[in-house]
Design a protein around this ligand. Structure first.
Ligand code: B12
Ligand code: SF4
Length: 431
């Protein structure tokens, strides 16, 4: 049996072909690793490869995030037109099964650890069903190492590893808790260390900067005692790593030290807004705007850099929000800016509220990549929000701003200074 797994490319601005920041898409190498060994698997990433629509394959599988949905459906329809069976899976399909159903022979809803091997078995017997629903959150002990060998490495030379799933919080705009359930699940420390070791050993073929890892958990600091054990176990491997973390990591100095000693060089933190009313409305209880500055100082004092993520177009945002965030980033020396328009992803409470309030005006999923408004903000027009975002991106990636953020602070780093210039190129190509 021949299986073709495809990662569709977004039609919007984010992560398009122009981006220098092509991160390895972990999902499909992981699905390949869950696939029975007798199946011949090929992975094609629409972002870096050409799709051969005439390929000799028995089954096609596509992973679908919201902004990728229109392209995913287009690809699915073309394969189905010549009689090839197509399976769709991922967050968007799980949130919008009825929309996805006409484009697929089977839908994998939720996590796939149990359903995917069953689906492949059914397919081989000619008994493919339409829906495969995850029966409950799978145990992450013993999950396989993604099939990196199937990727043509045209990505940033870093490795991605997942050490946990889910998040104990439930912010209204975020799909994570709706998709993974409220329970924060961990992989055993030994499994993660083994996976990291395996990847380090294979680095010569795959990654010249081989020891930089991106832990793509939603919240790698969510369970402090586990995080400490994990970081201590990673320390002897002498890797450098990046991950996503909540602002509250700043208040656990022991964890900061152990994290930094284990090679943590940067974290992506969702500050989201400088308005506490916005934060309260989205239910991100861990964020206290008045504590941001002190928290940033503490994290920086351990040599950990920060990608600061902010969104605009929230209910309390007026046209001044853009400048306030830019000034804040310069004042607090945020090392890498992360800016977007608040986007109502299907299935989230934010989406449901905006629908109820009849404020969503753009239903083209391709535009749901946070680079433009798809809803009407309350205190500015969508156009003002979009222009403000572009201004803020240009301003934070301007040469004076890069200097202010990365050269003058005591915690300066040549790596982040140079990184900002490469990042600037990507932003300039996007807007
Ligand atoms: C790492 C990550 C990224 C990375 C890498 C993305 C990539 N190319 O792989 C970067 C930073 C580039 C990124 C970018 C974006 N991301 Co992102 N990202 C994640 C994150 C944290 C982990 C994804 C991951 O690698 N998981 C590990 C793999 C192994 O698991 P998985 O994908 O969840 O797949 C499982 C199931 O879903 C299922 N499955 C999935 N697909 C398929 C397909 C088949 C055939 C089958 C059988 C099963 C199956 O099986 C897997 C095992 O159970 C998730 C949050 C999360 N925890 O899911 C957000 C998440 C996926 N991202 C999200 C978003 C919105 C984006 C952006 C649009 C953000 C933006 N505005 O820039 C862009 C889109 C870029 C793009 N074109 O790909 C949203 C998606 C919401 C939605 N409704 O689509 C998520 C859920 C985060 C959130 N807070 O809501 N992201
Ligand atoms: S803390 Fe982050 S990952 Fe967790 S629910 Fe909120 S936005 Fe999502």
């Amino acid at each position: 049996m021949k299986l073709l797994l495809i990662f569709p490319m977004g039609k919007g601005r984010v992560m398009g072909k122009h981006s220098f920041f092509k991160l390895v898409p972990l999902t499909l190498p992981y699905i390949a690793a869950l696939t029975p060994e007798d199946v011949e698997v090929t992975i094609v990433d629409d972002l870096v490869d050409e799709i051969d629509f005439g390929a000799d394959v028995d089954l096609v599988g596509l992973t679908v995030l919201t902004p990728l949905a229109p392209r995913a459906y287009e690809i699915a329809d073309r394969f189905r037109a010549r009689g090839v069976k197509v399976v769709l899976g991922g967050v968007h399909v799980t949130m919008c099964p009825q929309e996805a159903a006409p484009h697929a022979d089977a839908l994998v809803l939720g996590e796939a650890e149990e359903t995917w091997p069953k689906l492949v078995k059914d397919f081989k017997k000619g008994r493919l069903k339409k829906y495969y629903r995850c029966p409950g959150p799978p145990d992450l002990k013993g999950i396989p190492v993604p099939r990196w060998d199937l990727l043509k490495m045209r990505y940033l030379p870093t490795y991605s590893v997942q050490t946990s799933r889910g998040c104990p919080h439930d912010c209204d705009f975020c799909s994570v808790t709706t998709f993974f359930g409220g329970k924060y699940r961990l992989r055993p420390v030994e499994d993660v260390v083994n996976e990291v070791q395996t990847l380090i050993e294979s680095r010569r073929q795959k990654a010249p900067l081989g020891n930089i890892f991106f832990f793509n958990d939603d919240n790698i600091f969510a369970n402090p005692s586990h995080s400490k054990r994990l970081f201590k176990a990673l320390t002897p491997l002498r890797i450098k790593w990046l991950g996503q973390a909540p602002i509250t990591m700043a208040w656990n100095e022991e964890l900061l030290k152990i994290g930094a000693d284990s090679g943590c060089i940067g974290v992506l933190i969702g500050f989201e807004s400088l308005s506490q009313r916005n934060i309260d409305k989205m239910g991100k209880r861990i964020n206290k705007v008045k504590e941001y500055e002190e928290a940033i100082k503490r994290i920086h004092s351990y040599g950990i850099k920060i990608m600061g993520s902010f969104m605009f177009g929230l209910d309390e945002d007026n046209k001044g929000a853009f400048e306030r965030v830019v000034r804040f980033m310069e004042k607090t020396h945020i090392d890498v800016p992360g800016l977007g328009i608040a986007t109502p992803y299907p299935g989230t409470r934010f989406y449901k509220r905006l629908r109820r309030e009849n404020r969503i005006f753009d239903n083209d999923w391709a535009n749901y990549d946070s680079t433009r408004s798809v809803h009407r903000p309350l205190r500015m027009s969508p156009q003002e929000a979009d222009e403000g975002l572009i201004w803020a991106w240009k301003r934070t990636t301007s040469v004076p701003s890069i200097f202010k953020r990365t050269v003058f602070p005591s915690n300066r780093s040549l790596f982040y200074f140079l990184f900002n210039f490469v990042f600037r190129q990507t932003v300039r190509r996007m807007f």
